[in-house]
Ligand binder design. Structure first.
Ligand code: BGC
Length: 281
């Protein structure tokens, strides 16, 4: 197994379409995990809004990947940390698709620094996108879910929110305090919101990825040495692929998980299992 290995395409095709008739917004959907999730939701039958902020070419590629498989997707540019952008994102989505059934709160970034060097701008950028952005998008989604209510022919729930968190919602991360703080915040945002809106038949969950092969962490897997060092933290001994996360997202978005709310699903190859205790302690 090398650091360059990718998921076999044959595993990715599916004729099971549990999201038929549903409309989804995936934020930060033109690269990495977001892109994998957008493609998988479309493959599962959803019409998808590919939200993006930077990278027009990558956005076009994502749309082409979806439409090449017969899926339906549109792109809407919006900065999730800006309230007016988020409101426009939802207004345009409802104008084009009629409503929203699924929000995947995926957009996220890192601005790493030693704590004493961490600037207020780096702090605010990470909290603004990773935490405030998830709040703003979730709030618009909840408003639309409550306005519409349950449509039985579409889904048993009035709406589903999937927060993209991280193993760092529970694993402290030196040198990445802003990022870990944002994901710790996402965990309690998700749980408190889930508790509040469950009576309205709205489900709110998180996916907490471990090390996934995406542009955000190239330094962690881009060379054989880095990959080998990363594997010391992964009991399952392989890096995750965006499709590992995408499959979990399809399940959490579908009625197959209708009784699941307020949970954080760790998709991490065992990274949260304290791997250093496998021997010793
Ligand atoms: C971070 C990655 C990191 C992974 C595991 C993710 O949330 O964005 O940079 O490789 O956690 O530590």
């Amino acid at each position: 197994m090398t650091h360059l290995q990718t998921q076999p395409r044959s595993m990715m095709q599916s004729t099971y379409k549990p999201l038929t008739g549903q409309k989804a917004i995936v934020t930060g959907a033109n690269s990495g995990i977001g892109r994998g999730v957008a493609v998988a939701l479309a493959r599962a039958g959803a019409e998808v809004v590919v939200n993006w902020r930077d990278g027009e070419d990558r956005t076009r590629e994502t749309l082409e990947e979806i439409t090449a498989e017969g899926g339906r997707a549109i792109a809407i540019r919006a900065d999730v940390s800006r309230e007016e952008d988020v409101q426009r994102l939802f207004q345009e989505t409802c104008a084009r698709f009629g409503t929203v059934d699924i929000l995947v709160n995926n957009a996220g970034l890192q601005r790493d620094a030693k704590f004493e060097d961490l600037t207020l701008e780096q702090w605010n950028t990470v909290i603004g996108v990773n935490l405030t952005g998830q709040f703003l998008c979730a709030r618009e989604a909840i408003r639309e879910f409550k306005r519409r209510g349950v449509v039985q022919s579409v889904s048993r729930a009035a709406g589903k929110i999937i927060h993209m968190s991280s193993v760092h919602e529970v694993i402290p991360w030196a040198g990445h305090v802003n990022y870990a703080a944002s994901k710790g915040g996402v965990m309690m945002l998700m749980k408190s919101l889930a508790q509040e809106v469950a009576p309205a038949r709205i489900r709110v969950n998180s996916i907490s990825p471990g090390a996934i092969r995406t542009p955000i962490n190239t330094a962690a897997w881009g060379t054989p040495e880095a990959y080998e060092s990363l594997m010391r933290l992964v009991p399952y001994k392989r890096i995750g692929e965006p499709d590992d996360i995408a499959r979990a997202a399809v399940w959490l978005a579908s009625d197959d998980s209708d009784y699941v709310t307020g949970t954080s699903l760790y998709v991490d190859g065992g990274m949260t299992l304290y791997p250093e205790f496998a021997s010793g302690g």
